[in-house]
Design a protein. Structure first.
Length: 751
């Protein structure tokens, strides 16, 4: 939201109050409070009829400082509120210097002329300068708190949720407001009021409702954010690297859960509006098996329930007369089963009168059930602020889990009205974005309770800050084009820079039937993402619907992903424990390489593999290779960086480059994602420098099963293994050293 008319003036009807100086500073426990009048106070008379802003500094954990800006403080606080962690770190306070320090980060206030600056290592990271912070009233009676933080000349901004435009947010206006707008618009399903900068810090605005960001747009040398109300809190998070910022941000808002290993395999769905029954489902499953295409999860989309009944959580008896038997037959094929659901209750559903009578559906101010015809006729909305409604909703899902269902696709959750009354009295504006958090948490907690830790997984579309705790999320409704493939990747990388550890997308696109070239190019991108799903709108997504080559490409990359699982699941464990995502922009891994700042058509998969999806029918692709000798995983070709590479790829390949200095663990199986990764593992060595490299191979529960330490001294390489005994081998430049069970080390020569 913009308040100014150019640099000199404010817009008509806008009345800002700016802090002018620090009049007084007090310390209260571990916080520092600054009282800042809106004009210089020369004598007592200047204090009369003079507004004042109150600025409070505190720290929930080391290297993180929270700033609360208040105009009127007598407002009754209304929820919801983000659930934030706090370790109550020791802080250094100085009233005389108006400074608070937490870890390596300090905030310092200039007493004379208003300036609040954040410092680390003696250097200013960013600052709130003259006419930056403001309490703003408007002629229509609205009131806002606005802040502007200085944006350095070479500082780039990332994050703010899953956004499908350019990865770098400089120059953009972004409203944090969940919407069902597809992937081809400025709207987003997953809005997160948090950004990461290349300047060594990130900023999280602790407001669950509408936050308006102007990123070097209204004031080109500042990042501006504003929200309606008389008080606003934000946190500055010191890194200094992007990965360290994400590590601390997810410590504050919640780390991603670890999805089960089976969820990393291929998911196949019925698609959205296609016609299907058990015979159709089994023909897909049989067709995958006959073509030796590994399949892990089968998903039933919307029409597993009857039309006009979404959601009643009852199988359509016309097409699925024996759902329990069908689920048993799918389980006998080694498959997991996922079901589509959403938080809306259609008027025709038997659950509508049940939920309405019990007070489980959101109501209007007049006491009526809030209803709309948009999506399902006369539908209502489950009120997840009511604990009894949560238990009621979860109870309906529990019956499906007991029938044999394994997980759910928790779709929708964005179109949340603001003209309603919530059970717990929440502010409707603040609840609009936060609703999805309560919805997904209800479903995820049920799965965790029913299946145990490490077995819960969703396929969720909407989210806000903290939603990373309930994975997995997918990119929403995209077109079946190369352009939409690119925008989907941008959305995933933007979400990664917003604290989300895992991400997926519809292989081939959702809307329309993809051209075979689009479908085949999208397959490697899909299988080289953390999670992989074949899904569409009006047409099936089994590969033989396109051509035989699509079958071959899907087979090759599904099997490649299965062999990469010791490495990929290790990256998933890192996302779970450290908050660093599996898929990440190049800038997150190479923040000191200026060429990586704007790259959004390639990414790092974990910290060792560079992936450059091919987004053209011709196979032509250009990508950047950072410094060092990188090796094509699929061809063995070595590329010396830093440089740009342009090549033409067949449908059966894609640039996947292994970072120099890598010991890459490859599994012994290529037919499934969940197996004992240490059993028969192959350690492939790439361009090792002098020194030591450690590799941990995880168990299916996430603990370390086997560790390798690779030591290079001159032309000699020693590989030492600890942990669970099992056959293993080492490969380097195509040469292998087989090692029996009872040997804990191997030696080989570089020459």
């Amino acid at each position: 939201m913009k308040f100014t008319d150019g640099y000199w003036h404010v817009r008509d009807g806008v009345h800002p109050l700016y802090p002018a100086e620090v009049h007084d500073v007090t310390a209260d426990g571990d916080s520092l409070t600054v009282y800042a009048p809106t004009a210089h106070i020369g004598h007592r008379g200047d204090t009369l009829n003079r507004p004042m802003l109150t600025v409070r500094a505190e720290s929930p954990m080391p290297d993180v400082i929270g700033i609360t800006v208040s105009h009127f403080t007598g407002r009754t606080p209304r929820g919801p509120h983000f659930e934030l962690a706090s370790t109550q770190p020791p802080v250094d306070l100085s009233v005389d210097d108006a400074t608070l320090t937490s870890g390596a980060l300090s905030v310092r206030f200039n007493r004379d002329r208003w300036r609040m600056e954040f410092l680390a290592g003696g250097e200013v990271l960013t600052a709130s300068e003259r006419k930056a912070m403001a309490a703003i009233g408007t002629d229509d009676g609205a009131h806002y708190i606005r802040e502007q933080l200085r944006l350095g000349v070479d500082t780039t901004v990332y994050g703010l949720g899953e956004r499908f435009g350019p990865l770098v947010k400089n120059g953009q206006s972004v409203d944090i407001w969940n919407a069902d707008g597809g992937t081809s618009s400025e709207q987003a399903y997953k809005n997160v009021p948090f950004y990461v900068t290349s300047g060594g810090y990130g900023v999280f605005v602790d407001h669950p409702g509408l936050v308006s960001f102007e990123v070097g747009s209204e004031a080109v040398s500042r990042v501006q954010f504003s929200a309606q109300g008389h008080e606003l809190r934000y946190f500055v998070i010191y890194g200094p690297t992007p990965k360290e910022i994400l590590h601390k941000y997810t410590a504050l808002t919640g780390r991603p859960a670890l999805p089960p290993a089976w969820s990393f395999g291929l998911w196949l769905t019925t698609s959205f509006t296609t016609s299907y029954d058990e015979d159709t489902v089994m023909s897909f499953v049989d067709g995958m098996a006959e073509r030796e295409l590994p399949l892990s999860v089968f998903h039933f989309d919307t029409f597993w329930m009857r039309e006009f009944h979404w959601c009643d959580f009852e199988w359509d008896p016309r097409t699925f007369p024996d759902p329990a038997g069908m689920l048993k037959r799918l389980k006998e094929r080694g498959l997991r089963v996922s079901l589509w659901l959403n938080p809306y209750i259609a008027q025709r559903s038997a659950l509508f009168p049940e939920g309405a009578a019990a007070g489980y559906l959101v109501r209007t101010a007049s006491g009526d059930v809030w209803q709309t015809d948009r999506w399902q006729a006369g539908m209502g909305l489950v009120d997840f602020t009511n604990p009894d409604a949560c238990a009621w909703y979860a109870g309906k899902l529990r019956a499906l889990l007991e029938m044999g269902v394994d997980c759910f696709k928790s779709d929708f959750g964005e179109r949340i009205p603001t003209d309603v009354v919530w059970h717990d009295g929440s502010d409707p504006e603040r609840m609009h974005n936060y609703y999805t958090h309560l919805y997904n948490r209800t479903v995820f907690d049920l799965l965790r309770e029913h299946r145990g830790d490490g077995e819960a997984v969703l396929f969720a579309r909407s989210a806000t800050a903290g939603g990373q705790q309930y994975p997995v999320h997918w990119g929403g409704d995209c077109e079946s084009t190369f352009e939409s493939m690119a925008e989907s990747l941008r959305g995933g990388l933007s979400l990664a820079m917003s604290g989300f550890g895992y991400w997926s997308h519809d292989i081939g696109g959702f809307e329309g039937r993809p051209d075979p070239a689009v479908f085949k190019r999208w397959i490697p991108f899909g299988l080289l993402s953390s999670h992989s799903r074949l899904h569409g709108n009006h047409s099936y997504r089994v590969p033989w619907e396109f051509d035989q080559e699509a079958v071959d490409v899907l087979r090759a990359f599904t099997r490649l992903k299965a062999r990469l699982m010791p490495y990929l699941f290790g990256a998933a464990v890192t996302a779970h424990t450290e908050g660093v995502p599996v898929m990440r922009p190049m800038v997150a891994e190479f923040p000191d390489d200026p060429a990586c700042a704007y790259l959004d058509r390639q990414y790092m998969l974990g910290d060792r593999l560079l992936v450059a999806p091919v987004m053209s029918a011709s196979g032509r692709v250009s990508y950047y290779v950072p410094a060092g000798r990188w090796t094509h995983l699929l061809t063995g070709e070595v590329v010396e960086g830093p440089r740009w590479v342009t090549e033409t790829c067949g449908f059966d390949t894609v640039p996947v480059l292994v970072r120099p200095g890598t010991a890459l663990p490859l599994g012994a199986r290529d037919d499934r994602p969940d197996y004992e990764y240490h059993d028969g593992v192959t350690l492939q060595l790439y361009e090792l420098a002098e020194g030591e490299v450690r590799v941990d191979v995880p168990s299916l529960g996430g603990a370390v099963a086997t560790s390798f330490v690779v030591v290079r001294q001159g032309d000699a390489i020693r590989v030492l293994r600890t942990g669970t005994a099992a056959p293993w081998r080492v490969e380097m430049a195509g040469r292998a050293v087989g090692v029996p069970d009872d040997v804990a080390e191997a030696e080989l020569s570089v020459a």
